[in-house]
Design a protein around this ligand. Structure first.
Ligand code: ZN
Length: 441
């Protein structure tokens, strides 16, 4: 069971997650190359990450591992030698995966290679061209409007060569081989909410789970978006069915409320566990149905796998103006929101770990709880007592082998920990036995 951290400990973890984001922020990441490796190396200082390297050209289902992209420098320079757009000022200035270029060209020739956001004239957009050869610069609209010279020198000192796709994997074995998958993408350059927040919270969660006895095996994936998840599935197709529950973590650090997108199955145990935790959260988070658009749930929930994997976010991708711009920076994410996301995830894991079905050993009328000390031991606040007593009665009544503790928490309206604690007390008093049957998936 993963112990729920105290509020003070949680604040500390939110701060730690934020500081991890700040450390990873300057690195120029992409779907391949040195930036991903450096990111995984830094994560590996905290958790023992297995680093996998898959060569360029490897077939992974309908895809092929692309050439590896690396970049050293890039700029647009006027003929006086002044850099008017400089990769060293922000790695977002380069169209990610740009092919190398070095030329003196006219402004008219340059313009089709420039991208800005007129509505937000001080923000740099984040753009990629992974699978179509192109080069370009992303710049603020103010920078764009200031370009008045007839000619500029452009340089992108990048390389696209045979190499590897790199991803990281961290496995924490549990009592059971059945797995909980936690997946996040590691391919975005200097952007915080999307998705350094997911990366950082995955590390925090791994460190918490590592310290606890656990029923499930936990697998954490740090993969380049899309092609990384596809690669992992291609390499692990034989064992993907071990995944019983999964979450993609994305955009978990902004000030918006929590949002959950259901798995393709719609009513998997993970969907119900998150919904249960959300039911009791203030302010009430959002729950959305599955759609085949978004992050790596697109791969995990493709029909050939149909894994029970949902998406855990705050404000979903594309629904905040800062999304995929330089404004998704260190000011856009906050330690308190990171802590809240982590706490909620711990509560969800608590439901998964604690869910089980029991059999009432005294099913003919209610057992006499007072005689067993189950009523009299409940001192304290009367609300607490009422909840504990109600939980005992609900668990006894519905523990007929057909209902899991999750079913009981849903139906009773009581929080999962109260139901789980009631089952524990009743088991200790031999009024319940594990039903043997696994709860319905
Ligand atoms: Zn993104």
């Amino acid at each position: 069971m993963i112990p729920s951290p105290t509020p003070l400990a949680m604040n500390g973890m939110g701060l730690e997650a934020y500081e991890r984001i700040a450390r990873l922020y300057p690195i120029c990441r992409s779907i391949t190359g040195a930036g991903v490796r450096e990111t995984l190396r830094i994560i590996g200082e905290e958790i023992e990450l297995q680093i996998r390297e898959v060569p360029t050209g490897t077939s992974v289902f309908d895809w092929t591992i692309p050439r590896e992209w690396n970049i050293r420098d890039a700029y647009v320079q006027n003929l006086k030698g002044e850099r008017v757009v400089d990769f060293k000022a922000s790695n977002l200035h380069v169209l990610n995966y740009s092919v190398p270029v070095k030329a003196r060209i006219t402004l008219a020739e340059l313009r089709p290679h420039l991208f800005s956001i007129p509505d937000h004239p001080d923000w740099i957009p984040y753009k990629t061209s992974y699978y179509t050869e192109n080069w370009g610069f992303c710049l603020t609209d103010r920078q764009l409007q200031a370009l008045q010279d007839p000619e500029y020198d452009v340089c992108i000192d990048s390389s696209l060569e045979d190499g590897y796709l790199t991803f990281g994997e961290y496995c924490l074995p549990g009592d059971e081989e059945s797995e909980v998958l936690i997946s996040c993408h590691v391919c975005h350059p200097s952007l915080c909410n999307d998705n350094l927040s997911g990366v950082s919270i995955a590390v925090s969660l791994a460190k918490l789970i590592r310290e606890s006895a656990r029923r499930y095996t936990y697998r954490f994936l740090f993969v380049p978006g899309t092609v990384g998840a596809i690669t992992w599935l291609a390499l692990n197709e034989h064992r993907a069915s071990m995944i019983k529950h999964g979450l993609v973590l994305a955009c978990v650090g902004d000030r918006g409320s929590l949002t959950y997108k259901r798995s393709r199955r719609g009513n998997a145990e993970i969907d119900r566990a998150v919904a249960l935790v959300f039911r009791d959260a203030v302010p009430t988070p959002e729950i959305e149905d599955f759609s085949p658009y978004g992050y790596d749930e697109r791969q995990y929930c493709s029909p050939g796998f149909n894994l029970p994997v949902g998406v855990f976010s705050r404000t979903p991708h594309g629904r905040f103006p800062e999304y995929h711009t330089s404004a998704d920076n260190l000011d856009f994410v906050a330690p308190a929101q990171l802590a809240n996301s982590l706490k909620t995830l711990v509560d969800v894991i608590g439901v998964l770990e604690g869910n089980a079905a029991f059999l009432n050993q005294n099913p003919k009328c209610e057992p006499q709880l007072g005689r067993r000390g189950l009523y009299s031991s409940m001192g304290g606040h009367s609300d607490d007592r009422r909840i504990r007593e109600a939980a005992l009665l609900w668990v006894l009544n519905l523990s007929d082998g057909d209902h899991s503790l999750l079913d009981i928490a849903e139906r009773s309206g009581l929080a999962f920990p109260a139901i789980r604690d009631a089952a524990k007390s009743l088991t200790e008093h031999r009024l319940l036995e594990p039903s043997g049957a696994r709860p319905k998936p």
